[in-house]
Write a protein that binds this ligand. Structure first.
Ligand SMILES: C[S@@+](CC[C@H](N)C(=O)[O-])C[C@H]1O[C@@H](n2cnc3c(N)ncnc32)[C@H](O)[C@@H]1O
Length: 291
């Protein structure tokens, strides 16, 4: 079944990732679209974000189970993780629903990979992989579909590898969106033939990026937005007044969401949980999951 139209939410997420990719690459030399992994000793500074991202890739690679040869990189972003994996000798296919990112990944990876340009929920293939990799992409995919498609595309004995943000099962949700609730995830996955073989909580290692993000909102986005409003007000006073009135609810909402704080590392640690989960399809051993 082919999805015909992207929803408004999917379009804005896609635009957000594209803007992130363009600005990150231009201003900070970032190659990836994930938060990064702040190892001990790495100073939390925006100029080190690219190093934290490299550390994240090292962390991912070091947890790939032995025996894996073929990998499906779901939500491959710019294709940089796939590139690392290909250089290490893995066979990698990718999934990318975003034409802009697919083009970037395609330019980087050339004919060393096949990129399925579709939502994972819509993907169809007779290929069967040793591992399905979700690096900060699991949160965007319908939970039930993500698991049933992975069950379909994995060989028996293959691995479901997720490294992503989840929502903690506590009251309130703070200002940050994103991430399936952990309880819901455990409930869904219990209905599939996946057995947990590894679980590492890396919330502490990813949270510092939230402080950098909040800092950028406060010190760059907020003042630039104010300047833009001042500029339009001086040039087009009446039009600015009308637009501000017409879109007052949306402006209020965006202001509350992005410019009133509540998105830093401490909030992240309170409401979110960044987990590495490795599940084996039909495996016997199991470890206890994070609460
Ligand atoms: C935050 S980026 C992470 C990219 C890359 N894995 C990385 O670690 O840099 C999220 C990725 O998920 C992809 N994505 C979003 N919704 C998706 C879906 N329904 N199916 C497959 N990929 C999706 C986006 O296009 C993007 O490539």
């Amino acid at each position: 079944m082919k999805r015909k139209k992207k929803t408004k939410k999917e379009i804005s997420r896609e635009l957000g990732l594209e803007v992130g990719s363009i600005c990150g690459r231009y201003f900070l030399k970032l190659k990836h679209l994930h938060y990064g992994y702040w190892t001990n000793g790495l100073e939390v500074d925006v100029s080190n974000l690219h190093l934290a991202q490299d550390e994240y890739v090292k962390f991912i690679v070091s947890h790939i189970p032995d025996g894996v040869k073929t990998i499906l990189d779901v939500g491959c972003g710019t294709g940089e993780i796939a590139e690392t994996l290909l250089n290490m000798g893995y066979e990698v296919d990718c999934v990318s629903p975003c034409p802009f990112l697919k083009k970037q990944a395609g330019q980087l990876l050339g004919d060393r990979t096949h990129i399925f340009e579709c939502f994972y929920e819509d993907m169809a293939t007779s290929n069967r992989y040793d591992m399905a990799l979700f690096c900060e992409s699991f949160q965007y995919i319908d939970l039930e579909q993500a698991l049933s498609k992975t069950d379909e595309f994995l060989k028996n004995g293959g691995y479901l590898f997720i490294c992503d943000v989840f929502g903690r099962d506590i009251k309130g949700k703070g200002m940050m969106g994103g991430g399936h609730k952990l309880g819901k995830f455990y409930e869904h996955i219990s209905r599939f033939p996946f057995r947990l073989i590894e679980n590492v909580d890396i919330t502490e290692k990813t949270a510092p990026s939230m402080d950098l993000f909040e800092d950028a909102l406060e010190n760059v986005v907020h003042p630039v937005a104010d300047l833009a409003v001042r500029f339009f007000k001086s040039r087009y006073p009446i039009a600015t007044k009308i637009l501000k009135w017409k879109y007052r609810k949306k402006i209020e909402k965006a202001h509350k969401k992005y410019l009133e704080g509540g998105r830093g590392g401490e909030d992240f640690k309170k409401y979110k949980s960044y987990q590495l989960f490795v599940y084996k399809k039909d495996a016997q051993e199991q470890v206890q999951p994070a609460k």
